[in-house]
Write a protein that binds this ligand. Structure first.
Ligand SMILES: *Cc1c(COP(=O)(O)O)cnc(C)c1O
Length: 494
């Protein structure tokens, strides 16, 4: 049935003001992007006026096309400025140990990683079955890159105490077919910096490229170091690091859709490009996956960096560091909770040592109190945990967090842990990826309250049962269930 209220193609066009009001009404159901109470997905510096600036800059270039840098030199200039700034911040540029560093602006961290893997793969065409070595703590986007590019993935386990891989294990994982070794600075899940210098050294000794995934923290660690934090070497100052990714839409606080992929020199970047002239249309030269791409994100990022400047980022890093300390202290003050890693960057990650304190229930209780944290499932010997991405906007909120956390913990203890019903447990035990028919998934989703009520939002208010179910099933079943659940949500509105 056609619901004229939300149709994207109404019979008669709708007035501009009303369209905008409708979008704003839709947005009211979203999690709050500002205000320092959402610890994932968004990066808020809490700087007055910045949104207005980036919105205007974005709009100015939204219709400009990055497809051809000769047609729109404005974009080329801003892109080169962004790459130059990122390279300089990360140990490259004139007078550094990587004076020839070059790079590209991509649409996000995943694209940067896919392109780093592609460049490494295509630099070694003689290897028929290329392989990629990544610590188990490496971002899921490496697995996606490996999958898309048909590169085999060798994951190196991490020590449950340090959450880092042993360098000897990384060295042992490198084979003659390995085209790239990757590590994180820091990891997203735990905010832990891998031993980059040692990993780069074993990669270099084997003649293999080494990518540092600094998507998350590449724009935070340099400022934290300037503030005196003990940040280990992780950038081009480290011999053997051949490429680095850094997301500007994370700690550079730019609007979504911008990351930078840097290479130590132009020869390393060359196989990243795709040039094509064997068709009757325009000659195509693409440094990145997208061909047509909006100038909006590039202009938004350029405006953000230029407006904040080094002094701005330093100030924001100081606020973030203080917020991290405050949140970590609040967690440390709660009996039964334990930091999974001592914070060394911008993440606070904690787990529960007490079986009566169900983390997934705690996440729901925190959400009820207006704090949106990210649950992480148990994995490969690591316990389930709660992840907090901390940004500068959190600083003014920190004092409110401790009491709310204490209240949420008390309510969690009172509620007791989630107990899956016998039926659900039996079902979960029998689930295999092959057994998951669409009908079974739809029944399960309905039983869990997922996607049931189009007006009430796609997810139930409380997710503990869903998270508990996902936590008890094997990884392959998790993946299938999640794909099927999201597939149920993504249905055309006719
Ligand atoms: C966010 C992130 C990515 C992926 O970035 P997207 O912008 O979400 O595609 C990759 N690596 C790390 C460490 C990240 O934090």
């Amino acid at each position: 049935m056609i619901d004229e209220k939300w149709s994207a193609l109404p019979e008669h066009g709708v007035a501009a003001g009303r369209v905008l009001a409708e979008i704003r009404a839709l947005r009211a159901g979203d999690r709050p992007t500002h205000g320092g109470r959402l610890f994932a997905y968004v990066y808020d510096p809490g700087v007055a006026g910045l949104d207005e600036l980036t919105r205007a800059a974005y709009a100015e270039c939204a219709h400009v096309n990055g497809l051809d840098p000769t047609a729109f030199p404005s974009l080329l200039a801003m892109e080169n400025a962004l790459v130059g700034a990122a390279a300089r911040l990360l140990g490259g540029g004139p007078g550094s140990s990587a004076p020839e560093a070059v790079g590209s602006v991509t649409g996000g961290g995943t694209e940067s990683l896919i392109l780093a893997v592609k460049a490494a793969r295509d630099a070694r065409p003689e290897i028929a079955e290329p392989r990629l070595v990544v610590p188990a703590s490496g971002h899921a986007a490496f697995a996606k890159a490996a999958h898309y590019l048909r590169v085999a993935l060798d994951r190196v386990p991490v020590d449950p105490a340090t959450l880092r891989p042993a360098v000897a294990d990384v060295a042992a994982a490198i084979r003659p077919e390995t085209v790239l070794v990757a590590c994180s600075a820091p990891s997203y899940a735990h905010g832990v910096v891998d031993p980059v210098a040692e990993i780069a050294a074993v990669a270099a000794a084997a003649g293999v490229r080494c990518h540092v995934d600094a998507c998350f923290g590449g724009w935070a660690l340099p400022w934290l170091r300037r503030l005196g934090e003990p940040v280990p070497p992780f950038d081009f100052a480290v011999d053997g690091v051949t490429s680095i990714s850094v997301d500007l839409h994370k700690y550079a606080y730019a609007p979504k859709g911008v990351s930078v992929l840097l290479h130590r020199d132009p020869a390393l970047r060359a196989p990243q490009y795709f040039g094509y002239a064997d068709w009757p249309g325009y000659t195509m030269v693409n440094p990145v996956i997208a061909s047509t791409r909006s100038g909006g994100p590039i202009a938004g990022a350029y405006a953000t960096l230029r407006h904040l400047g080094e002094d701005g980022y330093l100030r924001l890093a100081e606020q973030t560091r203080d917020a991290v300390r405050g949140l970590a202290a609040a967690v440390g003050a709660v009996d039964g909770l334990r930091l999974l890693a001592e914070p060394e960057a911008t993440v606070v990650c904690f787990t529960a040592d007490d079986a009566d304190l169900d983390l997934f229930v705690l996440v729901d209780e925190l959400a009820e109190r207006g704090w949106h944290t990210q649950p992480q499932l148990s994995y490969a010997g690591l316990p389930a945990s709660v992840h907090l991405t901390v940004t500068a906007a959190v600083a003014p909120r920190v004092a409110e967090f401790g009491p709310d956390l204490a209240g949420a913990v008390a309510a969690t203890r009172a509620a007791g842990p989630v107990r899956l019903s016998a039926e659900l447990l039996a079902l979960a035990g029998a689930l295999t990826p092959e057994a998951l028919t669409p009908e079974l998934v739809a029944g399960l989703a309905a039983g869990l309250g997922l996607g049931g009520d189009p007006a009430g939002g796609p997810l139930p208010a409380r997710m503990a049962v869903v998270n508990t179910l996902l936590d008890v099933v094997p990884v392959a079943v998790r993946e299938r269930l999640l794909v099927e659940f999201v597939g149920l949500l993504q249905r055309p509105a006719w």
